[in-house]
Design a protein around this ligand. Structure first.
Ligand code: NAI
Length: 245
């Protein structure tokens, strides 16, 4: 597929997996709408300057409907069309169930799940008019198998999988596809926050015995955006973790 003159929005793309996904599309020639909560990566635009496509940065919090609207509007103003939305912005607030405050549960759901819903709902009229488009939701293997200390996160990611399948069914007749990627443990700031013992324990649970990279996830995002006959699927990029249950 030719990516020139196509537009890709990636939420939470100042670092980590989102940035890796944005780079993969930019390398392929697409125009990019980058996003993060605020101006948190001063070097960001400069680091994309080498790529063919044009890149804009729109700060915004996916917890706010107005921000979701603005991210899409600024993308349309700059490039005139939206071809791919990647819902990648996400947070964790890990703690055991009995200690988890309702706010901690709700905040993780609000960013990861409701944030994705807000973005999808805002972009859908544009994709429907175009009769073309792809939505990719970055879920997690934890949404499929659960995890101690991550009831909020697992619920949000399981919710994203249900959202993905429903959106895929609703929009299929317009040739709009919607898929989820379920990464396992990927080397980013999110996993860097874990101590060495935790990391070792985790590596033991991964059949491939190593963490993945943002590029591993990005390759699959590009693949899903290019394949027009795959929809409603969850693709695990987890070194085999989902098989362990
Ligand atoms: P990260 O912490 O390195 O980056 C998160 C990005 O999201 C940042 O750009 C941040 O600004 C943005 N963000 C956070 N809250 C936001 C909000 N309310 N509005 C807009 N942007 C916001 O995280 P990482 O590891 O790159 O994770 C990215 C996605 O991948 C998340 O959805 C995460 O749940 C998912 N994931 C990560 C895994 C990992 O092992 N790192 C494994 C499975 C899924």
């Amino acid at each position: 597929m030719m990516w020139e003159n196509k537009t890709v929005i990636v939420t939470g793309s100042t670092k980590g997996i989102g940035r890796g996904i944005a780079e993969a599309f930019a390398k392929a020639g697409a125009n990019l709408v980058l996003n993060g909560r605020q101006n948190e990566a001063p070097d960001l635009l400069a680091s994309f300057a080498a790529y063919k496509g044009q890149v804009i940065y729109v700060p915004g919090n996916v917890q706010h409907l107005e921000d979701a609207k603005r991210i899409i509007k600024e993308g349309m103003n700059a490039f005139g069309q939206i071809d791919v939305l990647v819902n990648n912005a996400g947070i964790t607030q890990d703690t055991l169930l009995l200690r988890m405050k309702e706010e901690q549960f709700e905040q993780v759901i609000d960013v990861n799940l409701t944030g994705s819903f807000r973005m999808i709902q805002q972009v859908t009229p544009i994709l429907m008019k175009q009769r073309f488009g792809t939505i990719i939701n970055i879920a997690s293997v934890i949404g499929e198998v659960g995890n101690v200390g991550q009831a909020n996160y697992a619920a949000s990611k399981a919710g994203m999988i249900g959202l993905t399948k429903s959106v895929a069914k609703e929009l299929a007749s317009r040739q709009i596809t919607c898929n989820a990627i379920a990464p396992g443990f990927i080397e980013t700031d999110m996993t860097e926050a874990m101590n060495d013992r935790m990391k070792e324990t985790i590596q033991d649970q991964i059949p491939l015995k190593r963490l993945g990279s943002p590029e591993d996830v990005a390759k699959v995002a590009l693949f899903l955006a290019e394949h027009r006959y795959i929809t409603g699927q969850v693709i695990n990029v987890d070194g085999g973790m989902v098989m362990q249950g």
